[in-house]
Design a protein around this ligand. Structure first.
Ligand code: HPA
Length: 290
């Protein structure tokens, strides 16, 4: 938009102690455009972008116009923050997200969910595209996230802590809220949409897994695997937000089908199943009591 934006290095180290001042600037930039106080923040993964079109009174801010945020680069992710009403409820949405595999620092990867909290959200919903580790989870399966395994080798909470935001050693016993998960199942039942449940394994990417890795991750207790979500949930719990999530399984894990995986197949399955997930989330948001 402007030519005087500072050059952004998305890999620059961003410790928890750096987040409050960064969030001050982000909050001010958002508040210059919208006074809406979201109750819920929603991260839209691949295929779910259509939910943004359902937003009433939407204010849209491209990532590149927010201080410290690079424009999103992952194919299939447009990269914008939206505020508006979904099913009558005030929400914030992230269409696109920052991934580790793009070279982003873990502190930047989690900044959008911290911003949701700063803007007033009490709960967040994380969605993603994922590969199925459970052999019964074929393309199009929707999986409520019960728990996760962080195998990214990264953590957004490394470095000096910001004690005013969250504890040094956050508890993750209920990282994924049982209460919100029950509401997700209730919303899916009302909509007549099948919703499975399982453990999401987060890897750094960007390559898809080898067949041996897929077998290992399944043996470790994973049901779906992807390249996002785990760091966001860690930071959100640190900051006291309640977290729910759904994986859209776009493909069976590498090696199960005997065919190579392609990004195009992932996007196509996302487009097919995305509207079903959108219905569940719309219902969940409309009926949620916070
Ligand atoms: N592996 C990792 N991430 C993914 C996959 C997968 O098979 N499908 C969609 N995102």
């Amino acid at each position: 938009m402007t030519t005087d934006r500072p050059v952004i290095d998305p890999s620059a180290r961003l410790f928890p102690v750096d987040q409050p001042a960064r969030l001050d600037a982000l909050e001010a930039a958002v508040r210059a455009r919208s006074s809406l106080v979201p109750e819920i923040g929603i991260v839209l993964g691949s295929g779910l972008g259509g939910l943004a079109d359902d937003l009433a009174d939407a204010v849209t801010i491209p990532f590149g116009e927010l201080p410290g945020w690079p424009a999103a680069t992952a194919p299939g992710h447009v990269g914008r923050l939206l505020l508006g009403r979904l099913g009558g409820r005030p929400v914030a949405m992230l269409q696109g997200r920052f991934h580790l595999y793009e070279g982003n620092d873990p502190g930047l990867v989690v900044q959008p969910v911290l911003l949701f909290g700063r803007l007033g959200a009490k709960a967040i919903i994380l969605t993603n595209a994922a590969g199925g580790l459970d052999s019964s989870f074929g393309p199009g399966t929707l999986m409520a996230i019960r728990d996760h395994i962080n195998l990214t080798g990264q953590n957004p909470l490394i470095g000096p802590n910001a004690d005013e935001m969250g504890p040094r050693f956050p508890d993750l016993t209920e990282a994924w809220s049982p209460r919100l998960r029950a509401r997700l199942h209730a919303a899916a039942a009302v909509e007549g949409v099948p919703l499975a449940e399982g453990v999401y394994v987060g890897l750094m990417g960007p390559n898809y897994e080898t067949p041996a890795e897929v077998r290992m991750l399944a043996a470790l207790g994973g049901h779906a695997v992807g390249m996002s979500t785990v760091l966001e949930s860690i930071a959100a719990r640190w900051a006291g937000l309640e977290v729910a999530g759904v994986s859209l399984v776009t493909n069976s894990g590498a090696g199960y089908s005997g065919e190579p995986l392609t990004h195009e197949e992932v996007l196509a399955a996302g487009l097919e199943a995305g509207p079903r997930l959108a219905r569940v989330i719309r219902r969940f948001v409309a009926d949620l009591e916070l």
